[in-house]
Design a protein. Structure first.
Length: 319
């Protein structure tokens, strides 16, 4: 009976105040975000403290910090708010012109650099009231957890073997090539597998210790190892590094072509045989039947189709 009485005192508005106050760590900032007067937020926080039996937010120096108990409440509160957001919207159907959803997409920056800008443009043009959050792929690579909790709605990237227990749609395939400076000796001398492996390669920083990038996984399968002398966590900066050095970037042709038009770089064939580089979108069973999530997946598919080269068109499969 006590639990039921406690439950009856909690409403969605209180959960929203709780989450906002704890994430902003300020009653005044939370009031601005919530569109409320500060005394009303303070009154709601007082109710939350009474319900939880915990101070929730305490002073630390010149600011406020959540208590340990409050920190444990942030994710459950966010989950409740996300569930409430879609509770009735899918039952009514998804109308992009009037919908106010927040779409959360985690994407690799190894994608075509035009992909995410075009995706955001298309979503905002067709669903003007919706919000979009683009997240980097998590360093812990816990796609299942982030998708199942609703931290993200979709994950986009390339994998040698995508997770089999998530829904998947192939977006496009691409030929693997190398990008070098316009002054690189290979353009005069050419190279074979041995000289390519010995060249100075640049690669993305691993997402977590011990992780192997997809190019190196493919080389491992052939018992080959390249000479990586530079790493960078920001993939979009690597072509500029290549343009002014002897570094070699190996990735998809479509990505390289975007930079070949504006930087003093050249695209060269790899003397090592690679399978095609495949890009996918992944989603959880939680959103599989959602009308808004289906609409989002169609936008991703549409952008991928508009960007891929004719040679890659055959690699796209239906979800």
């Amino acid at each position: 009976m006590r639990d039921q009485t406690l439950f009856d005192k909690i409403d969605l508005h209180l959960i929203r105040v709780l989450h906002t106050v704890l994430t902003d760590r300020s009653v005044s900032r939370a009031a601005i975000r919530l569109g409320m007067y500060q005394p009303a937020v303070s009154a709601a926080l007082k109710r939350l403290r009474e319900l939880s039996g915990d101070p929730l937010l305490v002073r630390s120096g010149s600011g406020m910090v959540p208590t340990d108990a409050a920190l444990r409440m942030i994710e459950p509160a966010a989950s409740i708010l996300r569930s409430a957001e879609v509770l009735f919207s899918d039952a009514r159907g998804f109308d992009p012109q009037t919908a106010t959803n927040t779409f959360r997409v985690a994407a690799s920056d190894y994608l075509d650099p035009m992909f995410l800008p075009m995706f955001v443009t298309q979503v905002k043009a067709q669903a003007p009231l919706c919000k979009i959050e683009i997240h980097p792929l998590s360093p812990d690579s816990n796609y299942h957890g982030h998708l199942s909790l609703g931290d993200v709605d979709l994950v986009i990237g390339n994998w040698l073997k995508p997770p089999e227990d998530l829904h998947m749609a192939r977006l496009f395939g691409d030929e693997i090539v190398s990008l070098v400076s316009a002054d690189h000796p290979v353009l005069r001398r050419g190279w074979d597998a041995e000289t390519w492996l010995a060249a100075e390669h640049v690669a993305p920083t691993p997402m977590h210790p011990g992780a192997r990038g997809i190019i190196d996984q493919m080389l491992d399968a052939q018992d080959l190892q390249r000479n990586i002398t530079a790493r960078c966590a920001h993939f979009g900066l690597i072509p500029d590094m290549v343009a002014s050095s002897l570094l070699v970037l190996t990735t998809g042709r479509q990505y390289c072509e975007r930079f070949a038009a504006r930087l003093p770089v050249r695209i060269v064939e790899c003397p090592v045989s690679f399978p095609r580089l495949m890009y996918y979108q992944l989603w959880h069973e939680r959103t599989h039947a959602s009308s808004s999530a289906r609409w989002l997946r169609e936008r991703i598919k549409s952008v991928a189709a508009s960007l891929r080269s004719p040679a890659a068109a055959a690699a796209v499969l239906e979800p």
